[in-house]
Design a protein around this ligand. Structure first.
Ligand SMILES: *Cc1c(COP(=O)(O)O)cnc(C)c1O
Length: 383
């Protein structure tokens, strides 16, 4: 079963070897920039590549500022703190995400609330968000959104742009604004994706990126906080142990974190970022070929939402049912073509099993059916 799909994937990557889901491509100045850091001895938490990487990401995304972090989870943790998330408060997110989204909420001693996704974006549904809020929350006299049941503050909302496909940002911005929720975008998977021409990660109060080894560009490990000027200055302070600037004294004026991105990693990031637009174009072409190949089959290819340019970080199909999904996973992996199911829903994980949640019909439907297909940039010259 699925021979034609397996054959199609092998034709794309022109290999009979194992085909991973997503492998990084180092085809630019990676070696040169990384060598620079070694020769300069500035491999650690201070260095010119960190500054350059932050500037280059800010310019690319047109975010006023960008602050580099040691990984995407740390970026989310700090972004949520800066959005005002405090102990005992609630943060609305989607159940269909990577566990880091929820963990960052838990690091703030806050609790996630799971609201359903849209089937066509795979991202948080503005309709489901508004429905949950109308049923369970009210706007207090103090201008804070609180639960009707026990008056807990609902502080923020964290949509995630699944596999690079932008969520319905117009809708989410409107609902968050009406309910006074801080919008923090988990754009870990969507660097290079545009919603109505604007970069994901720049629609909310803060946005975060990840440069883990499996993302569209990598620094080995790394992340970035996107925000305006004042919050970025705070983010830099918190992620660099809250040290007060001084020529020689060590004074830290609040509880800070060592969440800095090493210069060594930033160097890799600078070289990767130079190739990002090429990667996006390459991945969009691959996605178009997948879509064409799967036309008329019973696997439904997940395409970008209208008025969006998706980076197509991970290609995905929706199977007819769980049985077909399992058969696809079994057949492709047995033949050395790596495929994976979508994440188990966050409300099914033991840590978040008792979290508040709305109706999750779409998330459950997708959980049983979605499979990711190999999505690395295709290197024609090396094939
Ligand atoms: C990759 C990812 C992150 C951050 O991961 P790190 O490995 O900490 O960089 C966060 N959220 C989502 C949805 C991700 O896919």
């Amino acid at each position: 079963m699925f021979e034609s799909l397996v054959r199609f994937v092998r034709e794309q990557y022109r290999t009979n070897e194992f085909i991973p889901l997503h492998a990084p491509v180092f085809a630019g100045h990676e070696r040169q920039y990384v060598s620079d850091t070694i020769e300069s001895t500035f491999v650690s938490s201070v260095g010119a590549y960190v500054d350059r990487f932050e500037r280059d990401i800010a310019t690319y995304t047109t975010s006023p500022r960008a602050v580099a972090t040691v990984n995407g989870t740390a970026a989310l943790h700090i972004a949520l703190q800066l959005a005002g998330v405090r102990t005992g408060e609630l943060v609305i997110t989607q159940p269909l995400t990577f566990v880091a989204t929820c963990n960052a909420i838990a690091y703030c001693n806050a609790e996630p609330v799971f609201v359903d996704v849209d089937r066509h974006t795979l991202g948080l549904s503005p309709k489901a968000l508004a429905a949950w809020l109308e049923e369970h929350a009210h706007l207090g006299d103090d201008g804070l959104c609180r639960t009707k049941m026990d008056g807990r503050v609902v502080r923020a909302c964290v949509p995630m742009h699944t596999f690079g496909h932008p969520a319905d940002l117009d809708g989410l911005v409107a609902v968050c604004s009406a309910w006074k929720l801080a919008l923090v975008e988990d754009a870990a998977e969507s660097l290079g994706s545009l919603y109505k021409g604007q970069h994901t990660g720049t629609f909310g109060l803060l946005g975060t990126l990840s440069f883990n080894g499996n993302k569209i560009i990598t620094t080995g490990g790394g992340g970035m906080i996107l925000s305006g000027e004042a919050l970025a200055t705070r983010a830099k302070h918190l992620t660099t142990t809250a040290k007060k600037p001084h020529p020689f004294e060590y004074v830290h004026d609040e509880l800070g974190y060592n969440y800095r991105l090493p210069n060594l990693n930033a160097a890799l990031g600078c070289a990767q970022l130079e190739q990002l637009e090429e990667f996006v174009a390459n991945k969009r072409e691959l996605a178009a070929r997948y879509a064409e190949h799967l036309k008329g089959s019973d696997l439904q290819f997940v395409s970008e939402p209208p008025e969006c340019r998706s980076n197509y970080w991970l290609n995905a199909v929706v199977c007819e049912d769980r049985e077909q999904r399992d058969a696809l996973l079994k057949a492709s992996n047995a033949q050395g073509v790596m495929t994976r199911p979508i994440w188990a829903l966050m409300n099914h994980l033991s840590m978040y099993a008792s979290s508040l949640k709305g109706e999750l019909a779409n998330a459950e439907w997708l959980e049983a059916r979605v499979v990711n297909l190999p999505s690395s940039v295709v290197q024609r010259s090396l094939a």
